[in-house]
Design a protein around this ligand. Structure first.
Ligand SMILES: [Zn+2]
Length: 76
């Protein structure tokens, strides 16, 4: 009897683990903004992550990247 309970609990735990990992996957795909800057590792503020979906750089690195992009485009 005790074995059956353990089995049921293990199964429930297994199902819960799958559900949690599915939720995590969904969260990851629906919130593409990073928590940390890809370039310098600084924390990207929540406001910025909401304002700029998919943001992967902090404000400072984004500014530098934009300046660099401008340089690249004017070189051509
Ligand atoms: Zn940065």
């Amino acid at each position: 009897m005790a074995d059956k309970v353990d089995e049921a609990q293990a199964f429930l735990q297994y199902q819960t683990d799958i559900q949690i990992s599915n939720i995590r996957k969904t969260v990851k795909t629906t919130t593409p903004s990073l928590f940390e800057c890809e370039n310098c590792g600084a924390e990207i503020p929540l406001k910025r992550r909401i304002a700029v979906p998919g943001a992967s750089l902090c404000v400072e690195c984004q500014r530098i990247a934009e300046i660099k992009n401008k340089h690249v485009s004017t070189d051509f």
